[in-house]
Each structure stands twice: as structure tokens, then as C-alpha cells.
Design a protein. Sequence first.
Length: 436
Amino acid sequence: MQSQYSLKKRLIIYVSVFSIALGCLLIFSAYRIALQEINEVLDAQMQNLAERVAQHDPEPVQSQFDQARHYHEEDLFVDVWSYAREEHKTHAMNLLVRPVKKAGFYTHKTAQGVWHTYVLPLKNYQVQVSQQQSTRQHLALELAGSMFIPYLLFMPCVIWGLSWIISRSLQPLDDFKAELAQRDSEELSAIQSNAYPLEIVPTITEMNHLFERISSAQQEQRQFIADAAHELRTPITALNLQMQILLKQFPDAQELQNLSKGLIRIQHLVSQLLNLAKQDASILEVETKQNFSLNQVAVNCVEQLINLAMQKEIDLGMERQEDVLLYCQESAVHSIIFNLIDNAIKYTPNHGVINVSVFKQDGFAMIQVEDSGPGIASELYEKILKRFYRVHHHLEIGSGLGLSIVDKATERLGGKISFSKSASLGGLQVNVQLPL
């Protein structure tokens, strides 16, 4: 599997390596240019010196070379020797060039290194002006180094500047990432490409097409669930009515009672599916917000479910009531409270207790529903929000959609849902926090 890499770091490394390589190329070029210029200047100087010596009837002169001394570019070695005496054969440095017929520059090797010599042949004498080749090379290297040192000193600033430019150039990628990170799972609107460079516009265009396909698929799924639930509700209700008639005629038939419980569960499942489909569809629709009393909505939900609680002899009531005024979709809040109470009734045993509380806390509206049921282990709090997930499978009633509906509605209202163990009743305590 290929490891991931950072485009920004890779660009900075490549630019840094390129800058260093460019610096090496510059110092090499500077060295070659400086050596060429030095050769031209010093060659002219050596030729001029040899011609001046020849104009003044020179006497034989033998240069002296000290190996321990460091010579500079102005140090030249002048030799004048006679053809008749053949002094070039006995010169201490073997520096003298054999007799030549034409004046010019010659290069030869000695025990002291490579020498560059200008030879001017006369009638009886030969004049030579010599210089070590290494002296010129050292001078050219010094000149090239003096040009490279400022480049080397400014290199960190150059790399920092290039890094800043690269970071600024890649900032649209970070902005694009931040825009995607801010979106929730239901935000599938098109991304505006006007603020982004042309290089990533094709990616944004393809992503917008993907959003369109996902939105269309989700809409088809929601519509299918809603249509199926709607179409199933009428025949299941009719079946349930027929089953009640059969139960009145055969009250002791255990098979009919089991079938009746199954029909009730199917009817409840269809109702929950329809409710969930409505919640999903509401995300894409703009509902009218209005001011309403949260306490009154909670009381209405308790009144609607009191008969269901009385069938199990459950003590259902309002534990804490405060006047809380909300400005949002009342139907969504009603769905939250109704499903929380309905879920609590299902999983609370006979003769149990369910308390509903509405109050303000830290600038938020709080809905709290707690029961005396078996409760839920803390490690399952995240799982129970998933659709069709049920903890207590031994209970026939329940579809595993109630808390999913509550979570969907809470998310749409910008609230938060949390679970804990009820300190007073010992069962599950559900807290829903909604912005005022």
C-alpha cells in the first residue's frame, strides 16, 4: 500500500534541492568565468612584462622559487637565458622551456606543479615569464566563493520565502478542506467554485456531480420508505381491526393473541417508518418557525400517551415544569418528546415510573425523560441511536426507530442528545438540549 505524502512538503523539498543545485551550478559557472577573465588579464600582463625586459638588453637572469611560500597572482617568475650556454638544462626548477621559434604561451609540468609561461625568443637569448597554474585557479575559486557566500547566506530566507509562497498558493486546498469539514452528512448543496483557482475547479465540479447523485439517491430512498409505509398503513389497520373481532369471538385462542401482538408491532413499525421518513424529508424543506411553550408541548405529549401508560399501570407525569419559550419548528419538538415518552413506556415494566421534566439550563432549553426500567449500559449509548438497533430483544413491542427519530429531529434543531443513568429512578435518563 502506497504511503501518503504532503504535497506542500514535497514542493518545499524539491524547491530547496533545486535551489542548492542551482547554487552549485552558479559557483561552477562563476569559477569558469573568473578563471577565463584572470587568464586574459594575467596573460596580457606576462606578455607586456616579457616585451619590456627584451627592450632593455637583458642580462641572464635566473628566477628563484620557494616551495614554502604562498604566491599570489602578482608574483611572476622572469628568466633570461642564453642559447649558447644552454642554461635551461641546469635550471634548478626545470622551469625553462626549450628554445622555441615563435613567441607565445606554453604550459608544462615540473616537480612544483603545472606552469603557464610566456616565451619571447630573441637572437641570442630567450625571455620567459612564468606563473603557477594553481595560483590562477585559487584566485578564480576565491572570486567564485565570494560570489557564492551571499547566495548561501540568503538561501534560508529564499527557502522561507518560497515556502511561504507555496503555502499561500496551496491555501485554497485548505479552504476547500475546511468547507467540506463544516458540512454535515445531509449538506449536499453545490460548492461554489468562483473563489477557487482553475486547477481545482474540475475536482469541485465532479464533487458537485457526486453530491447531486447522492442527493437523488437519498431522495428516492426516503420517498420509497414514505410510500411503502403509507401504503402499508391502511391494510395493516384493517387486519388489526379484523383481528380484534376474532379475539372477541375466540378470547382464549393463544395463537390469535400472538398474531395480534405481531400485527400491533408491524403497525407500530410502519408508523415509525413514516415518521422517520417525514423527519428525513424535513431536512430538505424549510419549515415555518414559530414561538411556542415547550412546557405545553410536553403536557400534550403526556396526555396523548397517558392511556398507553395506564395499560401497564405506569406512573407517567411531569416532574419539573418551567415556562420555556422556544422559537423553532413545533412539530419537531413534539416528535422528540412524544417518541422519548413512547420509548420509555415500552421498556418500563408494569407499575413503573416515568418522569418528564422541562426547564432552562445554561441558556438552553432542556427536555429530560427518565424511567425506572432496566436502563442501558453506557458503552451502548452510541449504538442505540442507530436505526433498528434494539437492546432488549425479549420485548416484542418496539422497532428500534424511536431514538433514531429523536436524534434526527434534535440534529435538525441544532440541539444535542445525551444519555445517563437516572439517579432517582435507576433506569435510563435521556437529556435533550435545544437552543432557545
